[in-house]
Design a binder for this molecule. Sequence first.
Ligand SMILES: C[S@@+](CC[C@H](N)C(=O)[O-])C[C@H]1O[C@@H](n2cnc3c(N)ncnc32)[C@H](O)[C@@H]1O
Length: 228
Amino acid sequence: MQTAHAPRRSVGALLHSPRLYDLTVWLALFGRERRCRERMLDLARLQPGECVLDVGCGTGTLAIGAKARVGACGTVYGIDASAPMIARARSKAGRAALEVQFETAAAQALPLADASIDVALASLMLHHLGRAARGDMARELQRVVARGGRVLVIDFVHSTRRHRGPFAHFSHGHGHVEQGEVGALLTEAGFRVSEQGAVGFQDMHFTLAVRMDRGSIRAAPSASATHC
Ligand SMILES: C[S@@+](CC[C@H](N)C(=O)[O-])C[C@H]1O[C@@H](n2cnc3c(N)ncnc32)[C@H](O)[C@@H]1O
């Protein structure tokens, strides 16, 4: 990984209790976290050999699952601005015997080269950022994702319903994401939204977008996969 430039604005609402976070997720999803993560990875359509970034990766559960999908020829980076979350992510990857490159860094200043990523994931983290920081992150994703690459953003959509899911009660004093906001953010940054919809867990909503504009094209993952 490269050295990142210092973020220009406040980093975001960081989490510092990794064990509590994992317990919270498990409880909030009624023990169905594995199914939820598999659904997220299905939405990203990961292929063997792809290079994946999980931004705001928390304790690394999704990034570790991504590594299992892209295989030995694929590479997965997990970035979180909270050092304790990254420490737990590293130990979970070690226990799973899967190599994921976890790094403490801000989403607004990714320590990665231009056009080096096939697929960027941002699950349940956008609501931790203020408005300006969301724009900074989207521009960073546009920089690091190669032309033709994909971005999958999953977050809780703002609900006007009086009763919201338990996840929202546990962890969402930070901010919220309005329906339609993610698509606008990614479009403005240079992506084309290809699919949006409900994840099927809590109030989670996904947006899948493709980078269509200027920039280098990474070698097709299948080409490198054949050498594994
Ligand atoms: C609710 S957790 C989601 C973690 C993980 N993506 C998941 O699906 O479980 C949000 C994470 O975003 C991280 N975070 C907040 N602001 C950030 C930023 N500016 N850059 C990187 N990570 C950030 C927090 O430390 C926290 O680990």
